[in-house]
Ligand binder design. Structure first.
Ligand code: NAG
Ligand code: NAG
Ligand code: NAG
Ligand code: NAG
Length: 702
């Protein structure tokens, strides 16, 4: 359910009074009365969203300007939000249930010499914690990947003895210890996955490569803006402020939710480019695309990918996933099985605890084993993506719960030498898209500005000083997912100079983020669609009466459009249901001072739903603040949810977005034949990005 009681959030803010008089609408001859002379729209002055800088933007020019802007260039003015000021939604950590307070009865030991894992029974735990159990025995069941992503299964249980050696082909096991006399009395269940050294590798080659090629690790935290990251994850923020880390403050997302944003990074393609080739609801389509891990695999790297919450994972929620494991080390089958077999604790419908651990921990323990085996013990170049959504996907406060755990993993990884050998990227897909942060007046920026931090090991900085220099300069330049994609590919090009990938990305002005980005750059240069661009920022305004009236005008215009096409007899009349969100555009001069909108015409972006056809729309509305003009560009009205077959009776592309056809029996006899002729094949979704948005959230929010 959407919660739109933003009112409270604005109480403590300074309000600007805007007076709107809407009368005499040039092209609106409907019977609407001129609207009240005084419209009170409460908007925070821009000074409230300028940043009182607490951070080190040392190396950068024009510091005073960058106090207020992430990016300030002729073509891009991206304000810096300070989320530490009063008036931001309160950040109390959530109270999660802990997954267990019992010590582990079984643990995994790795024998470095013999290169195998063993299951070890902790006898003291059994004595101290399970004293009332008589003789007990422990079994394991092996988790086996199925023929494709959507299947995995387990073998039948077998008893094991102390320090039993795990066979080297096992992906994972679920163990159970129970009383021998009464086997349904279970002491403990647990699950472990294993990263084994590979057989049949050319160790000599690996050794050579391992010494020369940087490994590349991507760690992703879902729904984390750079503002919320600083605020909710101070420990991890401190970790990534250390020497060698570079933050990209001008990073702007390119799509709505996880899939388009991650696909842009992993394939370098826009939805428009990959969707014709791949309908994600068809099995095998994802296998036909080329991902970064395929490039790294070809360059002799090992590859790995793991993501928690297997039921909603990026490539699997309402999608068929991969037919073949996309990488060498693929955790998904293991996670799928343990989510089914072990006891889970749900939070927002997501399996947050699985068995005795956080869903998140399985992913990062897996990463840890990979680092131990292939960074620490026998260096081999590795490309890995490790993604977590379980804490942060549904609540902006989740980062506060994750912070300590996440920072602890980073410290462990550091002890195993990760940061001596590897390029590490900490990233997110987007910011908060629902809830208090998204509804806050800075929600427009929050949603569009995911965090991005890049780490270069010191040997790499010495070897490629130009890359370090580029990252310092790029910190406050506009960058996008496509630039990041090209940057990661540049790492392969450095070791394989003859490869030239760049051409395959169809964005003429996208550049590797590891090269100096142009300082005067627009969103379209960086492949960022207008709608997601924060170079022309908006602030969210309260949904006041005037805003509602502007929205009603929009709806009237839609009805009039249907009338103009003479299809108003075929379609239901549209009525406004609810205004969900309204944003107003901000304008700045070249020095970053806020200025009046050109000609005093304010630009609003309004999100609303309508009755009868249950539709969700976004429209751009221009309104003259002083007096009289309201302009609604019909082309700028986007239909956000799928309209399936609602509008089969009209042909016009725009009318298709608005029209809910009367059922045949309601049509006048004469019109029936005509309407049948007009029938055209329906399009499943108009706005593809938003189709996925709706799909992903339907089950949880509506
Ligand atoms: C920054 O914030 C602090 C505390 O919130 C305040 O005392 C200080 O005056 C502010 N500095 C500027 C330049 O606004
Ligand atoms: C075996 O253990 C289960 C679970 O603790 C219990 O419900 C059941 O009564 C026990 N059966 C016997 C025969 O003791
Ligand atoms: C930025 O680009 C625009 C359009 O290409 C150009 O008109 C303007 O002079 C440039 N500004 C600077 C400072 O380079
Ligand atoms: C769309 O709905 C109409 C009326 O219910 C029906 O006759 C038509 O076959 C449907 N078309 C498709 C493609 O489902």
């Amino acid at each position: 359910m959407f919660r739109y009681n933003t009112r409270k959030l604005f109480l403590c803010m300074v309000f600007v009074l805007l007076v709107f008089i809407l009368a005499n609408h040039r092209s609106d001859h409907s019977k609407e009365k001129p609207i009240d002379k005084t419209w009170h729209i409460n908007i925070d002055p821009v000074t409230r969203i300028t940043f009182n800088i607490t951070e080190q933007t040392k190396k950068v020019v024009a510091k005073n300007v960058l106090d207020k802007f992430f990016v300030l260039s002729p073509k891009c003015k991206m304000p810096r939000v300070n989320s530490f000021v009063k008036g931001f939604p309160e950040l109390r950590p959530l109270r999660f249930k802990s997954c267990t307070d019992e010590p582990s009865l079984v643990s995994v030991i790795y024998d470095r010499e013999k290169k195998h894992y063993m299951l070890h029974l902790n006898m003291d735990v059994s004595l101290n914690h399970f004293a009332d159990f008589s003789d007990f025995g422990c079994t394991y069941i092996e988790v086996v990947p199925g023929a494709s992503d959507v299947f995995a299964y387990v073998k039948s249980p077998e008893y094991f003895h102390q320090d039993w050696i795990v066979p080297s082909h096992f992906l994972g096991v679920i163990v159970e210890c129970h009383e021998m006399r009464n086997k349904s009395r279970v002491l403990q269940r647990d699950a472990f996955s294993f990263v084994h050294h590979l057989k049949n590798r050319n160790e000599e080659n690996d050794l050579k490569r391992g010494a020369k090629y940087p490994s590349v690790f991507l760690f992703g935290i879902d729904s984390m803006s750079r503002m919320n990251f600083r605020r909710s994850m101070p420990l991890t923020s401190a970790f990534v402020s250390q020497n060698g880390w570079f933050e990209m403050e001008g990073y702007n997302k390119v799509g709505d939710n996880t899939l388009p944003n991650l696909m842009a990074i992993l394939t370098g393609r826009t939805p428009r480019q990959w969707r014709p080739q791949c309908d994600v609801r068809v099995s095998g389509c994802l296998d036909s695309l080329v991902f970064l891990w395929n490039h790294f695999h070809s360059a002799g790297y090992l590859t790995a990918y793991a993501e928690d919450l297997s039921s909603i994972s990026t490539f699997n929620y309402l999608k068929m996933g991969f037919k073949h494991p996309p990488v060498d080390f693929y955790l998904r089958p293991f996670l799928m099985v343990i989510e089914q077999v072990l006891k889970t604790v749900e939070y927002f419908g997501f399996k947050y605890c699985v068995g005795r651990r956080h869903s998140f921990s399985y992913v990062f323990d897996f990463a840890k084993q990979l680092i131990e085996r292939f960074v620490f013990e026998q260096p081999k170049p590795l490309f890995g993506l490790f993604w977590t959504s379980s804490f942060t996907h549904d609540d902006f406060r989740g980062g506060a719960n994750l912070d300590g755990l996440f920072a602890r993993y980073m410290e462990q990884f550091k002890r195993y030498g990760l940061f001596e050998r590897s390029i590490v990227i900490l990233l997110s897909d987007h910011g908060s898209r629902y809830g208090p942060l998204a509804e806050h007046y800075t929600g427009f920026l929050e949603e569009r500005q995911p965090m991005l931090h890049v780490y270069l090991p010191s040997w790499y900085r010495r070897r490629y000083p130009s890359v370090e220099r580029a990252l310092i300069l790029n910190k406050n330049r506009l960058s996008s997912n496509y630039d990041l994609h090209l940057g990661i590919r540049q790492i392969i090009e450095q070791i394989r100079p003859r490869i030239d990938f760049m051409k395959s990305v169809k964005c003429d002005y996208c550049r590797s983020i590891l090269k100096v980005l142009p300082s005067n750059r627009s969103c379209s240069d960086a492949g960022i669609p207008d709608h997601w661009c924060t170079c022309k920022p908006f602030v969210t305004v309260r949904i006041t009466l005037p805003i509602r009236r502007l929205t009603k005008l929009t709806v009237n215009r839609m009805n009039r459009y249907l009338k103009m096409l003479n299809v108003d007899g075929d379609c239901h009349r549209i009525k406004l249901n609810k205004v969900l969100k309204a944003d107003r555009q901000l304008y700045f001069d070249g020095h970053g001072n806020e200025v009046q909108s050109p000609n005093n015409v304010e630009t609003y972006r309004i999100l609303f739903t309508t009755k009868t056809n249950n539709a969700k729309f976004r429209s751009i509305v221009y309104s003259n603040a002083d007096n009289d003009v309201v302009t609604i560009e019909m082309d700028m009205i986007s239909r956000l949810n799928s309209y399936h077959n609602d509008s089969y009776c009209v042909e016009d592309a725009l009318a298709k977005k608005f029209c809910l056809c009367y059922k045949d029996q309601f049509l006048k006899l004469g019109e029936r034949a005509a309407s049948k002729e007009r029938k055209v094949k329906y399009k499943f979704h108009e706005n593809e990005d938003d189709y996925y948005d709706e799909a992903k959230y339907k089950t949880h929010y509506f």
